[in-house]
Design a protein around this ligand. Sequence first.
Ligand code: PHE
Ligand code: CO
Length: 284
Amino acid sequence: MALAQTLSPQRQPSLRADYTIEQDHGAYSSEEHGIWRTLFERQQKLLVGRACQEFLDGISALGVAADGIPDFRRLNDVLEKRTGWRIVAVPGLVPDAIFFEHLANRRFPSTCFIRRPDQLDYIEEPDVFHDVFGHVPLLVHPVFGDYMQAYGEGGVKALRLGGLHNLARLYWYTVEFGLIRTKDGLRIYGSGIVSSKGESVFALDDPAPNRLRFELLRIMRTNYRIDDFQETYFVIDSFDELFEATRPDFTPYYRELARRSSIEPGEVLPTDEALHQGTGRRKR
Ligand code: PHE
Ligand code: CO
């Protein structure tokens, strides 16, 4: 939330009250478009047979071509017709309440800046490649799109009920780092994985991390690391499963979770259904 503290609509006049800005697509340099191209081509090759079909279909539908940083207006034409979602430009992380409010109204806040050439493999904050390439393709999928909107509504509620840290873990282990089981094997749908060269391979192929069946309350008790590959991934069977599991009112869950201890990222419990029990921690 570092950016949210330094930037506020009062202090930065171009920032609107809802923290959105203009993308200014014409202002990108050819080097910046080149960085997008490099990242895009790399991931496109890597993700065949790794990303789930819904993600790959989303990429095709959006025509998020390899030619450069996409113009949000062009993406929005497609997105609005398909699922009613829209991308809004933001300068970086925005306050939680603002973020949830956007999602609840089918607006996905995306950064506009692109990482530097020395950050191709890793950047600690989201940039336009992570936000657009990673997140936007699945917003073309009706059920996933509904899930994201419901998550936004749930976020507003979690803020009120003191459940934010529990709900944030759900986002982390699904939207950002989720895996899905298909008839052809495990596939990636999490945006933090699909936008990372190293983790696209690690998440599916490396023996180190655990791959456990999705379990809502278990996930909402599980801590995560933001500065390394995940030690545990959670696997859903379908987006319908994800949406159905999160449909109930979380109010009693937050009360229950407040009394339970948290689980460490690499821990496997006797009650977990492990598709793969990891061999343990390995540094990036
Ligand atoms: N059903 C949740 C609630 O009542 C909202 C939610 C939906 C949260 C989808 C996350 C994902 O709080
Ligand atoms: Co993200």
